[in-house]
Design a protein around this ligand. Sequence first.
Ligand code: PLP
Length: 388
Amino acid sequence: MTSKVDIPLSVPEISGNEWKYIKECLDTNWVSYLGSFVDQFEDTIADYVGAKHGVATVNGTAALHTALLVAGIEAEDEVLVSTLTFIAPVNAIRYMGAWPVFIDSEPKYLQMDANKVVEFLERECRWTSGALYNKVTGRRIKAILPVHILGHPVDMDPIVEIARKYDLIVIEDAAESLGARYKGKKVGHLGDISCFSFNGNKVITTGGGGMIATDNESWALRAKHLTTQAKSDKLEYLHDEIGYNYRMNNIQAAMGLAQMEKLNEFIDKKRQIAATYSEGLKGVPNLVLMCEDEHAHSTYWLYTLLVGQLDSKQSSRELIKQMNQIGIHSRPLWLPAHLQKMYGDCLFYGTNCAENLYDLAVQLPSSVGLTDDQANYVLTAIRDNCKQ
Ligand SMILES: Cc1ncc(COP(=O)(O)O)c(C=O)c1O
């Protein structure tokens, strides 16, 4: 029997100027990657995070690939990256022929463990002739790529401090955390370059889309160049390097601009949903509720609970199954990247925190449009499940 209830995990809220701005693109024929909305959207995101430049891309993965290119990551370099992440940043590292070094999570906010980053660099690497090398692989460490997952910032100060000490580049993957703050500063302007995604499930969407933000003018210019096939002449088809067709188009940007007008409202709503879930689940045994660090302002992009006992994924998968059966969309977290079959041979630094989180995590519907009735239905389903 299928359920009539259908509560999605995270769907867009399209209730502002999206139709109006997109109509303008269609009416004026500016539908491709040239057009005023692209420029406006780039400026809007850059201003919002406090960066000097924004470069819009076709999606967040393309933004990450381009950021790694302009940051000068080379084949056989190593990049430290969160193991508990959607796979995109890891794949982007491999697009470059570079290697990920996976860093474990911390247990409380589920983010990359900044202490592990510092420990790895101090204990497992050697500074020689002005560069840092992994003692085991002999490869050069070039960058750190923290992923701010689920709307919450990574603890960035120790990461930036050690990066400065060893001349490493900090590339933030802020795909899931537009609008989050760390010690009052916006995520996406805490390192050297950052990337966002505007996929349909993100806090704002352009259908599909991405953005790079940076203060580095030459990186921004090169990112624009590379994402438009590295064309070097206005008239002739001359190209000065191998480029990519990675630019966002005007229609996507028009939608993004309309969505940005609502970003603060969307974040307020997501924080209210989180408060409703946390309040409604207080005291339920065997649950760990989502929370934010005292120096963080989370967007609670996707509310994620921990359910059950360590070393068992039975309770979390049971709850997910039961919710899905009654029309509540729910999911586990990502299998940590060091356990994915393509990355099993890569280095992992940590214990088994990310694995435990993967076993226990349950994601709850967190769309901006979630109604009180829907939230109560979700809460009742969880309470009933936990009574059994
Ligand atoms: C952390 C993270 N990085 C990168 C991406 C890639 O973005 P896109 O799907 O727009 O390519 C996503 C999500 O989709 C993500 O969650």
